[in-house]
Design a protein around this ligand. Structure first.
Ligand code: CTP
Ligand code: MG
Length: 429
């Protein structure tokens, strides 16, 4: 669903006074910590990051959500006015209601002060650490959508890749913990409002995240895939990493995540995207070829971190581009072991899921394969059926050769070029 534009963007003061958009989703951004481990003179949320602050970058993601949330920023007590001044213009520009309140001495206390600010209409509450400024807007959208759909607590988590050991106080290893059952928790964590409120009301101990608090109250919490960019800035090297990633984001001129919100009239129209992928044929003569979601017995494999399915990957890029969600490299990094050797359909299904979470559905996809082999025509209908089944919309597959020219002409690899049309979910046509 797309948010409605607000005729008169409210100021923070107006929001505080009770003017509230018709949203049922709130995001509490906890930013009241001092950042002891970071060791910077400023409180962590106010430490410079790029040409902004840690909190500013975090807020940009929140303000980039597809549906405008109600936002509560929980700030250091002695910096309230400063944070209010910095946040108000941002929120007004995005037509978002935002209030700033003073935090407490623990994170839990800060969250509970944020909870006290929620308007009556709020049904879903996301709690986010300002210290995770690069968590993408799409993760907020997904968590909010999952809470609404499942009515349970939803936390983003990443598989633990390092071997984990239990160690005693003297540094002796006691045992290796089975990491297949472990996940590293991130924020934003989302909950039905009444679940979070009653867990906070009954809280006996201090917890480092909301999922732990809610779980201690005996309420079920589900994990959804997190995002490597949602890492927490804790020590100085984390800040350097964030600086680096932000500089890359600026250099690649990634669209402002809030841009579609700044022009709501444009957000209601269909959008197209283009994607291109190239894979070389592999040296390994025994490896199987996967292309267009099909296995091609007897054909030479394409090489790649995944299964090399250039058709599936080009479609992913076209879909992501159409929805303004970045590209396949940003979403499924080649460093991520979960996607090593993964089939194209894994990427496609996940891409479609992300699109849906961001409020889009696929209109149709057209993809053209450029290369000598395999001969697609005999299996075109099969490929179209498989891909359409994954994408949930018509997919046309075409193929061509390049008259012996270039790397495709020499049979060194395959190119796929895709165009996708996406339409706002709920819109006809
Ligand atoms: N937080 C908060 N109020 C507190 C403590 C923490 O709002 N009393 C927030 C932080 O601002 C941060 C998030 O909770 O966004 C996660 O906490 P953490 O990373 O531990 O931040 P700090 O407590 O600021 O850092 P440190 O523990 O190193 O002092
Ligand atoms: Mg802390």
């Amino acid at each position: 669903m797309l948010r409605r534009s607000s005729a008169a963007p409210p100021t923070a003061a107006a929001a505080y006074g009770g003017h509230v958009n018709d949203t049922t989703v709130a995001v509490i951004v906890v930013a009241a910590g001092s950042g002891t481990r970071l060791g910077h003179p400023e409180p962590k949320a106010l430490v410079p990051l790029g040409d902004d602050t840690v909190l500013g970058v975090a807020l940009d993601a929140v303000l980039g959500m597809r549906e405008a949330p109600f936002v509560v920023v929980v700030a250091p007590t002695d910096r309230l006015e400063d944070v209010r001044a910095r946040s108000a213009a941002r929120a007004a520009a995005a037509s978002v209601d935002l209030v700033v309140v003073a935090g407490g001495s623990t994170r839990q206390e800060s969250v509970s002060r944020g909870l006290a600010e929620l308007p009556r209409a709020i049904e879903v509450v996301l709690v986010h650490d300002a210290a995770r400024p690069l968590a993408p807007a799409a993760v907020f959208d997904e968590v909010a959508a999952a809470v609404a759909a499942r009515g349970r607590g939803i936390v983003p988590g990443l598989p633990v890749v390092d071997t984990v050991k239990r160690v005693d106080g003297e540094g002796h290893v006691l045992e290796t913990v089975d990491r297949s059952e472990l996940a590293a928790m991130q924020t934003p964590q989302g909950f039905p409002r009444e679940v979070l409120e009653s867990a906070y009301q009954g809280a006996g101990a201090d917890f480092t995240d909301d999922a732990a608090l809610v779980a201690s109250a005996g309420v079920a919490v589900d994990v959804v895939p997190g995002d490597a960019r949602a890492f927490k800035i804790t020590v100085p090297s984390d800040l350097h990493r964030a600086e680096h990633l932000l500089a890359e984001r600026v250099a690649s001129a990634a669209p402002d995540p809030a841009a579609h919100r700044a022009h709501p009239a444009h957000a209601a129209v269909p959008r197209v995207g283009t994607g291109i992928d190239v894979h070389a044929f592999a040296d390994d003569g025994d490896a199987p070829l996967w292309l267009a979601g099909l296995h091609w017995p007897g054909e030479r494999a394409l090489s790649g971190h995944s299964d090399g399915d250039a058709v599936a990957h080009a479609i992913c890029d076209a879909l992501l581009a159409a929805a303004g969600l970045g590209d396949i490299g940003g979403m499924f990094g080649t460093a991520d072991p979960r996607f090593s050797g993964a089939h194209g359909e894994v990427f496609l299904a996940e891409t479609v899921r992300r699109l849906e979470a961001a409020g889009w559905r696929v209109g149709n996809v057209s993809v053209q394969v450029v290369g000598n082999r395999p001969k697609l025509a005999p299996r075109r209908a099969e490929a179209e059926a498989v891909l359409a089944g994954i994408v949930g919309a018509p997919v046309s597959v075409a193929a061509t050769t390049t008259d012996g020219l270039g790397f495709t002409g020499r049979g060194e690899g395959v190119t796929a070029i895709a165009t996708a049309l996406v339409v706002p979910a709920g819109e006809q046509g």
